[in-house]
Design a protein around this ligand. Structure first.
Ligand code: ADP
Ligand code: NI
Length: 217
């Protein structure tokens, strides 16, 4: 099979697998990450086949379905890509990106050693900020029964991933604890520019939110 039909088959496979997931790791998230990744990859001259496959498969073994087992994603991706007779060098590259992306131990952010990995991680982080980031944060907060905002609960910076994940703080706090920090964590220049716009959109949103909260506008 050529790379175009492998990508098409992979889209179909992932869409089937992720359909009906309501907590922000649904098929639409994957599709947006894929679109972001393609935009970045073209500008940065990254390998589009590797980027497409890694973006499509990046949430396939999401920790929420598999009790935190981070080896599930790379394993499922490898099984699928072997079935499609993708060459080993590409399989290894794609799976290493998925492995590095899903590694969340000890509050560390793992490095992305290849350009294609950097592109996919930037693409995934872009989908957590801007208008999409705002929508996803409140969808997640609603799903978890969180308050939108509580002026007496101040944001804190968590020193481990576990502490961050177990926080039950209002959704607005998540902006200070994570979303507003993401623009400085982009690897590529293209994503940095996209992130700057999305970041400003969140800052404007927060200003409007507080003004409306206080009945000032
Ligand atoms: P990832 O780290 O793969 O982006 P997460 O599971 O941490 O995935 O988050 C999925 C989505 O839910 C993201 O958009 C994220 O910003 C949002 N989210 C995660 N934790 C919170 C939270 N405590 N409050 C609001 N939104 C959250
Ligand atoms: Ni993702």
């Amino acid at each position: 099979m050529n790379s175009v039909s492998i990508v098409a088959a992979t889209e179909e496979y992932v869409q089937k697998k992720l359909s009906g997931e309501g907590s922000g790791h649904d098929w639409w998230h994957v599709l947006r990450v894929c679109n972001n990744a393609r935009t970045i990859a073209k500008k940065e001259n990254a390998d589009l086949f590797v980027v497409d496959l890694a973006a499509l498969l990046h949430d396939i073994g999401d920790h929420k379905f598999h009790n935190g087992d981070e080896t599930v994603g790379p394993r499922l991706a490898r099984e699928w890509l072997e079935q499609q007779q993708v060459e080993e060098k590409t399989i290894e590259h794609v799976c290493s990106i998925i492995r590095d992306l899903s590694f969340k131990g000890a509050g560390t952010s793992s490095d992305m050693p290849t350009l294609e990995g950097k592109v996919v991680q930037d693409a995934d982080r872009l989908d957590a900020i801007g208008a999409m980031g705002i929508a996803r944060a409140f969808a997640y907060g609603g799903h978890k029964n969180r308050e939108m905002y509580n002026p007496s609960i101040k944001p804190v910076l968590h020193d481990s991933f576990e502490a961050y994940k177990s926080s039950t703080a209002p959704t607005i706090n998540h902006f200070y604890e994570k979303l507003l920090l993401l623009k400085d964590r982009m690897h590529t220049e293209t994503a940095r520019q996209m992130a700057a716009q999305r970041h400003q959109y969140m800052v404007d949103f927060l200003n409007q939110f507080y003004a409306e909260w206080n009945g000032e506008r």
